[in-house]
Structures are given as C-alpha cells and as structure tokens.
Design a binder for this molecule. Structure first.
Ligand SMILES: Nc1ncnc2c1ncn2[C@@H]1O[C@H](COP(=O)(O)OP(=O)(O)OP(=O)(O)O)[C@@H](O)[C@H]1O
Length: 338
C-alpha cells in the first residue's frame, strides 16, 4: 500500500510539531523517519496511524483519502517501544488477541495463524510462555507478530528496539530487514539512531524541527548530506573554519573545491575516516593531542593549525605519538557556507 502525505501540518496549542510535510512512501518499502528528539517523527507516525489528525494537509493510503478515517479502519499494525504485551496472557494469546477482537476466524484458524506467526518471528515453541518468561528482544518480536496478525497493509514501528541493549538491537534490525524481504509490507520505522536507520531502511527521511531536511537512500544521504545539520547528525564530523574564494574553500594554505558557493566564510567538514595522518605533504597542519586505541583502529585526536580539535581514524599499526607534528591529508570533505 502506497502512503502519501500532502503538505501535512500539526500544531499542539501554539507549538508547530510538524510543518508542511509532503512524503510519498512507495508500496513495499521500508522507510526510516530519522531525527533528533522533538523533530516530529512520532507525530507523523501517529497521524499515519490515525491516532492524531493533521490541522492541514491530507494523508492518502493508495488512492483513498485516509485523513479522516478512524484508526481501526486503516489496516495498520503497530509496534511501539513501550507497547507492552498483556502480562496475564501467554505469547500465543497475545498474538491471537487482535484476531479475536476482529472476528471472522474460527478458534482453530486463530490458533493455527498464531502458530504460523510465531514461526515467522522465529519463536517456534514459545507460545505457552508468558511475557515475563522471555527476553526483551523476544518480547518485541512477539509484539511484531501481534501487529502482523491483523494482516496490516502498513506497519508502523516507533523505536521498537529502543529499550534493548546495543548487541540485541543490532541482531533485531538484521532480522527485521530479512523479515521485510520475505514479507514486504509498507513500513514506516521511527528512530533517532542513525546507524539503525542506515542499516535497515530502503530510504531515510531526515527531520529537524518538524520538517524534512533531506530524504534519500542510505548511500545518498551519507555521501551527499544536504546541510551542515545532516552532516553533523549522521555521524562524527570534524569542522574547520574556511573561507571560500573563487569556488575554492581555503583552510590556511590548504584548498578544497567548493563549486557554486559564494565567496565568504564557510566551514569544511570531514569525517574521521576521511582524514589521514601524514608526516608532510598537502593537507592541514596539525599536532597530535592523544591516541585512543580501539579494537580495529587507532583514533587520533589532533589540534589543527586553526585551533580546532579534530579526530581521525588511523590504521591499527600506525606509529604515532602524542606531540607529533604532521598534516591532516583530506580524502573527502563537504563545504557549507556559514
Ligand atoms: N500531545 C502533545 N501535546 C503537546 N505537544 C506535543 C504533543 N505531542 C508532541 N508534542 C510536541 O511536538 C514535538 C514533536 O514531538 P514528537 O514526539 O513527534 O517528536 P519525536 O521526533 O518523535 O521525538 P522523540 O524522539 O523524543 O520521541 C515535541 O516538541 C513535543 O513536545
């Protein structure tokens, strides 16, 4: 089912939580809404669900204007971070609950469907356990099975793995991605975790202050961040004070292309992996402040000529010590006007 938001705005009292958002989510895609806390992700999801209604704009499910359709008639399945399972019901009963409420299936059919869904979420055999007898990750898989039980045309997931530890989250997102390939239901996934969005989604929609600031595939948004906000939000970014002159950004003697940018003050951004440490040669002069050893690299903290403290990832076996002077060789960078 394709979902379209057309110029949707939502204000709470005087606070504009979502402003003029237009977004098409093609059928069968897994799209992540990514943004800092308060950027409007949950409000957008709740409007798609029918839990909130926009002040302005329309929401379409396929060709149908769903803006004023009630939640139970939208055919959406949800999983929320804190959408707790019913503690007094077994895993199977939790999954069966929505099917029973909807009617139309016999008891035996419901039992059979619950068993199938347990298998889909790879929890075969755990149907008789109670929620407090399974792990947090397993509980969220049960919550997903419960959402799938009503055969939704749209799945809405709001930080579903937010309360779990990092290793479990990583496993669950790989698992969810595989499940989506098997069952490509149109899915909107809200997260403030960049890595989660980039790992999981076909497309990432980045929000800030209630508006979309960029959308694209994970490759597009990471390679061509549209603004300094996106550059900084998607991962560690070093910034150097620069001056643009004649289509080139200048940091001291170092120059980097800045086609199309007007002359004036700017910042050059480079990620830690886009800087290499060299004894000499073209680059930005710097001095090593600290070397932090990581399992698969060395993180060098250095002070650049202009005074900025920057970080770069050096190879594991690079011989480098505090106080050493050299240059930061830049392999990739983005320049944004100030
Ligand atoms: N019912 C409400 N009444 C008043 N303000 C609200 C309400 N719901 C949300 N807001 C405000 O709207 C803004 C957007 O909230 P929303 O929950 O959509 O953000 P979010 O990006 O999902 O944030 P988080 O990651 O913290 O959940 C926030 O500033 C929030 O305080």
């Amino acid at each position: 089912m394709k979902i379209s938001l057309q110029a949707v705005t939502k204000t709470f009292e005087t606070f504009r939580a979502v402003h003029d958002v237009s977004l098409d989510i093609e059928s069968g895609r897994l799209v992540a809404l990514l943004g800092p806390s308060g950027s409007g992700k949950t409000t957008i999801l709740r409007m798609v669900a029918g839990l909130e209604f926009p002040d302005r704009g329309r929401i379409f499910f396929g060709r149908e204007d769903a803006t004023d359709i009630a939640i139970r008639d939208r055919g959406v399945g949800f999983v929320f971070q804190h959408y707790a399972l019913f503690p007094h019901m077994s895993v199977s009963q939790n999954i069966a609950f929505g099917m029973e409420a909807r009617g139309g299936r016999s008891k035996a059919q419901i039992r059979e469907r619950a068993r199938e869904l347990l298998s889909v979420v790879r929890l075969d055999g755990l149907g008789d356990r109670y929620p407090n007898q399974i792990s947090g990750g397993q509980r969220q898989r049960v919550a997903l099975a419960r959402a799938l039980a009503v055969d939704p045309s749209v799945l809405l997931l709001d930080e579903p793995f937010g309360a779990l530890d990092a290793a479990v989250r990583r496993d669950l997102r790989r698992w969810l991605r595989e499940l989506h390939e098997e069952m490509p239901i149109t899915t909107l996934f809200v997260t403030h975790d960049q890595e989660e969005a980039l790992d999981l989604a076909d497309e990432v929609v980045i929000l800030d202050q209630g508006g979309i600031v960029q959308r694209g595939t994970p490759e597009e948004v990471t390679r061509r961040p549209a603004s300094r906000f996106v550059m900084g939000f998607l991962g560690d970014a070093n910034s150097f004070s620069a001056t643009v002159e004649g289509g080139q950004a200048r940091v001291g003697e170092f120059r980097w292309p800045a086609p199309g940018l007007a002359d004036g003050p700017a910042d050059l951004f480079a990620r830690p992996r886009d800087l290499d440490w060299a004894k000499a040669g073209p680059g930005i002069p710097a001095r090593v402040l600290r070397v932090l050893d990581r399992p698969d690299s060395r993180r060098v903290v250095a002070q650049a000529q202009g005074g900025e403290t920057v970080e770069l990832d050096a190879p594991f076996d690079l011989a480098i010590a505090r106080g050493e002077e050299g240059v930061l060789a830049v392999s990739r960078a983005q320049v944004f006007a100030r």
